[in-house]
Each structure stands twice: as C-alpha cells, then as structure tokens.
Design a protein around this ligand. Structure first.
Ligand SMILES: [Mn+2]
Length: 348
C-alpha cells in the first residue's frame, strides 16, 4: 500500500511537427501510464501538471483522457492532479471538470488523505518566487522550476527542506531528477513523450513507496527517435538504420549533403519526420544557406523557443493572440488591451 505513480508533463494534444501521428503518441503515452498504474497496483496516480498541451484540448484529446481516467476509476485508483502552466485557464480548470465528473481530485493546500498520508497540491503560480505551503508529514505536488534545474528557477530547493513534506513531487522540468536530504525526497518525473528534440533520454514515470521512500523508474515505450551526431555522415547512418516510422534528428555542420538531401533520403526510407539541426556557429557560415529548414513548422519552432523563455501566463496569452490567425490584425490591439485590462482588474 501507499505505492504511488508520479507522472506529469503528458502534453496530450500536442500536434508535434504538425503530425496527427505525434498527437496520437502523446495520448498513447498517457494510456500506457494508466495501464502501468493498473499493472503495478498503485494506490494513486499523482499528476504534477501539464496533462494537456494547451488550455483548449480537442475532442479526441479529451476522449483519450476520459478513457484513461475512467479506466483508473474502474480500478479504484484515484487520479490526483494539479494545474500546469500549459493548460492553465482563467476560471474553471480541466481538473475541476474531471473532479466534478468523479474522475479526479484537484489537489490543493487543504490536503487529500491517501490511506492516512496527507497529499497537498499547488497549481502553477507563475515565474515569481514560490513559497511552499506547510505540508507536515506528507506529500507536496507542484509544477515549478527549481533553481537546481534552471538558474532563474522560481522555486528554491532550499525552501523545500523546511516545508515539512517528506516527498515533493514535481512537474514542469521534462527530465527525471531527484534530490534527497534527511527525510525528504524531491523529484521530477519527466515528460512521457519527447516534447522537445533535446529530450533524448528514455521517457518514464516514478513509482514511489511512501512508506520506505523507495523510488523506482519505469520506462515507457515511446516513438523511436534516431539521433545522428554532427560527426557522423547522416546519409550513411540513415541508410544503415531502420528509420521506418521514426523521428530522425540530424545534427549537422557540414555543407554536403544539403539539408534538403538529408530530409528527402530520410522520408524515402520511411521516417515519420526528419529534423535537421544546424549546429555550425554563425562565424563558420556567415551566409545562411538553409532557407527551407523547418519552414513547414515555423509555429512549432516559435513555440519551442518561447517555452524556453519562461514567459508569464499573461505574456503567453499575448503571444497567442498575436499569432492566432483567426484574430484579424486590426483586432490584435483591442484584444490585447482587453486582456491586460482584465488582468489589471484581477490584481486590484
Ligand atoms: Mn511541461
């Protein structure tokens, strides 16, 4: 008993590289985690935020999510979650809707009792300093960046040693990490599919025994990514590998073959996607020849770059308004003004 599955950063609904196959992969990873929870007979699934890629998941994303949550409910495994930065809405949150349907519990600073262990939750609070609540003898679940993983991370690891919790289960950072000091375990579970190209390691989840503090990693079976370093000949490597259905990632610093040739060869060999990353330093190539790189996916490149900037939810909303093609250019100003006025009023 009191063995919990800690997951997060599922990003259901992410149509990575503009591909339906990838959207499907993110939902499947969630269902795989649900199956693992059943197989491992855990007492609860604890989700540390970013269940969805954004705050408007599509019907197919909701369907997969409801299937997963219903499966857990039928197996009497509670799903305990918080809100991450990606899915955060003004007003009602998705987790509230699932809670209303009896399929989930929205963890809050008032603890949920799991077989005698108090479980506290803190929704994503923005990129400002975070002060953890008191969590005496229990588990704190939150979605923030620790100063140990990002220099300007808003949550200081130091403050967690004194919050009273025995376990701090984190989401937001997409790699598995953990720290132990005295009786406290602090851990990131990592994302369940590769959300960015540099998430090279195997994806997985944490299974934690709340009685003895033991943490086990369980790897997930996810879409194959073939990483080709810049010192290898990409055409030769692709030719010698089974790339059928895989995402091929080429780090590239030579001038031959061309990026277009690498892409074409990868697709001919059956790759699902070919991403070429130019790793030459600007001084090596003052004239940028790779005009076609990522052109079909420019929105995605911008999203990935912005995600690294740790913008506030408000700044992200401004960005979404500006990039939303459904909003006419002449309406961008009034939309942004209205948004800022709303935010200002909420602060009063
Ligand atoms: Mn995330």
């Amino acid at each position: 008993m009191a063995k919990v599955l800690h997951t997060g950063d599922t990003h259901i609904g992410f149509r990575q590289y503009g591909l339906e196959e990838r959207r499907d992969d993110f939902a499947k990873a969630f269902l795989q985690v649900v199956q693992l929870a059943l197989d491992e007979e855990v007492s609860a699934v604890i989700h540390a935020g970013d269940l969805f890629e954004d705050r408007n998941p599509g019907a197919e994303d909701l369907l997969a999510t409801l299937q997963g949550l219903s499966t857990l409910k039928a197996a009497h495994i509670p799903f305990l979650g918080i809100v991450g930065n990606h899915e955060q809405r003004r007003g009602v949150q998705w987790i509230d809707l699932f809670e209303n349907l009896g399929l989930a519990v929205h963890l809050r600073t008032e603890p949920f009792d799991l077989d005698g262990v108090p479980i506290y939750g803190l929704d994503f609070t923005g990129r400002r300093d975070v002060h953890p609540p008191r969590c005496e003898g229990g588990v704190l679940v939150c979605h923030q960046l620790l100063d140990q993983v990002e220099l300007d991370g808003e949550l200081a690891l130091e403050t967690l040693w004194t919050c009273g919790a025995q376990f701090v289960l984190l989401g937001d950072y997409h790699e598995h990490r953990s720290w132990r000091e005295r009786d406290l375990l602090v851990t990131y579970c990592g994302s369940t599919e590769r959300w960015m190209l540099d998430e090279k390691k195997h994806r997985g989840v944490n299974i934690i025994d709340l009685h003895n503090g033991r943490l086990e990693r369980h790897e997930l079976t996810t879409r194959r990514f073939l990483y080709i370093p810049s010192d290898e000949d990409p055409l030769q490597r692709i030719g010698n590998s089974n790339v059928q259905g895989a995402v091929v990632v080429v780090y590239f610093k030579a001038t031959k073959p061309t990026i277009a040739e690498i892409e074409q060869f990868g697709y001919e060999r059956g790759a699902l996607a070919v991403r070429v990353r130019d790793v030459r330093t600007p001084t090596e190539h003052p004239v940028e020849p790779s005009v076609n790189v990522e052109f079909d996916d420019v929105e995605q490149v911008i999203s990935e770059a912005l995600a690294k900037k740790n913008l506030s939810p408000l700044a992200c909303e401004v960005d979404q308004i500006i990039r939303d093609l459904a909003i006419a250019d002449s309406n961008v100003d009034p939309e942004v003004t209205a948004l800022l006025e709303r935010a200002w009023r909420e602060k009063q």
